[in-house]
Write a protein that binds this ligand. Structure first.
Ligand code: NAI
Length: 487
C-alpha cells in the first residue's frame, strides 16, 4: 500500500512506459473512448465496486480507466499467470495523475510469471474493497474472463454451506495442481471466516463474462440451478466472438509464435485443433504465412467449413508425425496427449490458445519417464525425450498469444470491451430486471458497438430507405437482422 493505494505489481517505475502505451492504445480503442464521452455526465457506474479478472494488458488498462471514468471503484487481477504486461499493471496503479512515489490509480494485483499460489492469492485480493469509512467490503459486480473470480465465489459458498472443504490424496492425479491450490485457498478462508463468500455473493448484482470457456461454466451453473447472481455473456455478442476470437487471434497467434521461436512458418505443416471462432482465425493466419494447414474437429459443420476453406481435415493421431506446428484452440481438455508428443517430429512447436492449460497434457509430459526440460527463455521450453527428439512447448501450455506476445491488438479489444462496459452498466443499474440466469446484450447494442468501429475505420454505411426497410421488414434504424441470424 502506498499513498492509500493497495497493489502487488512488478515495479511501479515501469509506469511511465505503460502510460505512453495506454495513450497510444486509447486512439485505437474508439468504442471505449466514445462510451467515456457518452456517459461523462451521467456516470452510471457510480457506486459500483467492480472486481475484474482479465489479462492485465495495455488494452485492459484502457478498459479499467473507462470503468473508473464512469464512476466505478475497481480492483483488478490477471486471469492468467503469464498474461500481465508489467508496465500496464504499474501504469494503472500509478494512474494518469499519480507518480510511482504517490500512486493515485486502481489497486492491481498482477505480474507476469505468477506461481499458481500467487495467482489465487491475487484473485482473493479482488474481494476486499474498502468503503468510505475504511471498512472492508466485498465487490458488487464481477467482470470475469474464464470465470475464475466467479468460480472462487461459487466454490466458497458451496463449501461454506457444507461447512467443510474436501480433501484430496497427494497421489490423486485426477486433481490438478491448480484445483489443489483453490481448495487450500478456500480451506484457509473458511477457517478464518466461515461466512465470507456467502456475504460476498449476496452483494453481487451480476457478472459479465468475456470468453467462451467462462460462458460455458456459467451456462452449466445456471442449468444446475446453482448460479448465484445474473450473468451477461459478453462472448456471444457478435461484436465480440466474431471479431476478437477470430481476427484477434489471427494477429496475436503469429505474434506469439514469432516472438517465441522466430521459425519460418511458410512451408511448414501446421495442425490446428478446433475450427470454432479461434480456430478459424488461427488457421487463416497460419495459411497466410504459407503453412500447409490441417484441421481437427469433432463437429461436422465446423469440419465442413474447414474443408471448404481449403484445409485438410484429419484425426490428430493420423497426422501427428507430419506436423511442424501444433496449436490447440478447442476450449476442451486432453486434446494433445503425452503419446502424441512422444510421436512428434524433432523440434515441433506446440502451443495452446484455448483458455485453460488442460488442452495439452503438461502434467503427463512432466511425469514422462526420462523426460528432460531445457528452458530456452521465459515461456519457451524445450522438452527432450529419452530417444533424443525434443519438442518446444510455449507458455507451459497456457495461452501463448498472451504469454509469448501481448495478446490481441487494441482495436479489436475495443469491440470486446465496449460490450463489457455496456454489460456492466446494464447489470449494475437494472439488476432487478434480471434473474439468476445467463443473458446476452441486445442486437441494438451490438450494432451500436459495430457502428462506432465502422466510423473509426472510415467505412461509410449505406442508408436504408423507408420503402426498403418495409420490404425486408426491419426498422430503418435497425436492428437489421433477426435473432437467429448467424453472421
Ligand atoms: P468455439 O466453441 O467456437 O470453438 C471450439 C471448437 O473446438 C468447436 O468447433 C468444437 O467443435 C471444437 N472441439 C471441441 N472438442 C474438440 C476435440 N476434441 N477435437 C477437435 N475439436 C474440438 O470456441 P472459441 O470461441 O473458438 O474459443 C475456443 C477457446 O479459446 C476457448 O477456451 C476460449 O475461451 C478461448 N479464447 C482464447 C482467446 C485468446 O486470446 N487466446 C480469445 C478468445 C477465446
Amino acid at each position: 500500500r502506498r499513498n492509500g493505494v493497495e497493489f502487488a505489481v512488478a515495479d511501479l517505475e515501469f509506469a511511465a512506459f505503460g502510460r505512453q502505451e495506454i495513450r497510444l492504445a486509447e486512439h485505437e480503442m474508439p468504442g471505449l473512448m466514445q462510451l467515456r464521452r457518452e456517459y461523462a455526465e451521467a456516470r452510471p457506474l457510480h457506486g459500483a465496486r467492480i472486481a475484474g479478472s482479465l489479462h492485465m494488458t495495455v488494452q485492459t488498462a484502457v478498459l479499467i480507466e473507462t470503468l473508473v471514468s464512469l464512476g466505478a471503484q475497481v480492483r483488478w487481477v490477471s486471469c492468467n499467470i503469464f498474461s500481465t504486461q508489467d508496465e500496464a499493471a504499474s501504469a494503472v496503479v500509478v494512474g494518469p495523475h499519480g507518480t510511482p512515489q504517490e500512486p493515485r490509480g486502481v489497486p492491481v494485483f498482477a505480474w507476469k510469471g505468477e506461481t499458481l499460489p500467487e495467482y489465487w492469492w491475487c484473485t482473493e485480493r479482488l474481494f476486499s474493497f474498502t468503503d468510505g469509512e475504511g471498512n472492508v467490503v466485498g465487490p458488487n459486480m464481477i467482470l470475469d474472463d474464464g470465470g475464475d473470480a466467479t468460480l472462487l465465489v461459487h466454490k466458497g459458498v458451496e463449501y461454506e454451506t457444507a461447512g467443510v472443504v474436501p480433501t484430496v490424496a497427494d497421489d490423486d492425479h485426477t486433481v490438478s495442481e491448480e484445483a489443489r491450490v483453490v481448495l487450500d485457498t478456500l480451506r484457509r478462508s473458511l477457517a478464518a471466516d466461515p461466512q465470507r463468500w456467502t456475504r460476498v455473493a449476496k452483494e453481487i448484482r451480476g457478472v459479465s463474462e468475456e470468453t467462451t470457456t467462462g460462458v460455458n461454466r456459467l451456462y452449466q451453473l445456471a442449468e444446475q440451478g446453482k448460479l448465484l447472481f445474473p450473468a451477461i455473456n459478453v462472448n456471444d455478442s457478435v461484436t465480440k466472438s466474431k471479431f476478437d476470437n477470430k481476427y484477434g487471434i489471427r494477429h496475436s497467434l503469429i505474434d506469439g509464435l514469432n516472438r517465441a521461436t522466430d521459425v519460418l512458418i511458410g512451408g511448414k505443416v501446421a495442425v490446428v485443433c478446433g475450427f470454432g471462432d479461434v480456430g478459424k482465425g488461427s488457421a487463416e493466419a497460419l495459411a497466410g504465412q504459407g503453412a500447409r494447414v490441417i484441421v481437427t474437429e469433432i463437429d461436422p459443420i465446423c469440419a465442413l467449413q474447414a474443408l471448404l476453406e481449403g484445409f485438410q481435415v484429419a484425426q490428430l493421431d493420423e497426422v501427428i508425425g507430419k506436423a511442424d506446428i501444433v496449436i490447440t484452440t478447442t476450449g476442451n481438455k486432453d486434446i494433445v496427449t503425452v503419446e502424441h508428443m512422444a510421436a512428434m517430429k524433432h523440434q515441433v512447436i506446440l502451443g495452446n490458445v484455448g483458455h485453460f492449460d488442460n488442452e495439452i497434457d503438461m502434467a503427463g509430459l512432466a511425469r514422462h519417464p526420462g523426460i528432460h526440460r531445457i528452458t530456452i527463455k521465459p515461456q519457451v521450453d524445450e522438452w527432450v525425450f529419452p530417444d533424443g527428439h525434443s519438442i518446444i512447448v510455449l507458455s507451459e501450455g497456457r495461452l501463448l498469444n498472451l504469454g509469448n506476445a501481448t495478446g490481441h491488438p487494441s482495436f479489436v479489444m475495443s469491440t470486446s470491451f465496449s460490450n463489457q462496459v455496456i454489460a456492466q452498466i446494464e447489470l449494475f443499474t437494472r439488476h432487478e430486471e434480471y434473474n439468476r440466469d445467463v443473458y446476452r446484450l441486445s442486437k441494438v447494442l451490438d450494432e451500436k458497438v459495430a457502428r462506432i468501429h465502422v466510423q473509426a475505420l472510415g467505412g461509410e454505411l449505406t442508408k436504408l430507405s423507408k420503402d426498403q426497410a418495409e420490404y425486408i421488414d426491419v426498422d430503418v434504424e435497425g436492428p437489421y437482422k433477426p435473432e437467429h441470424y448467424r453472421y
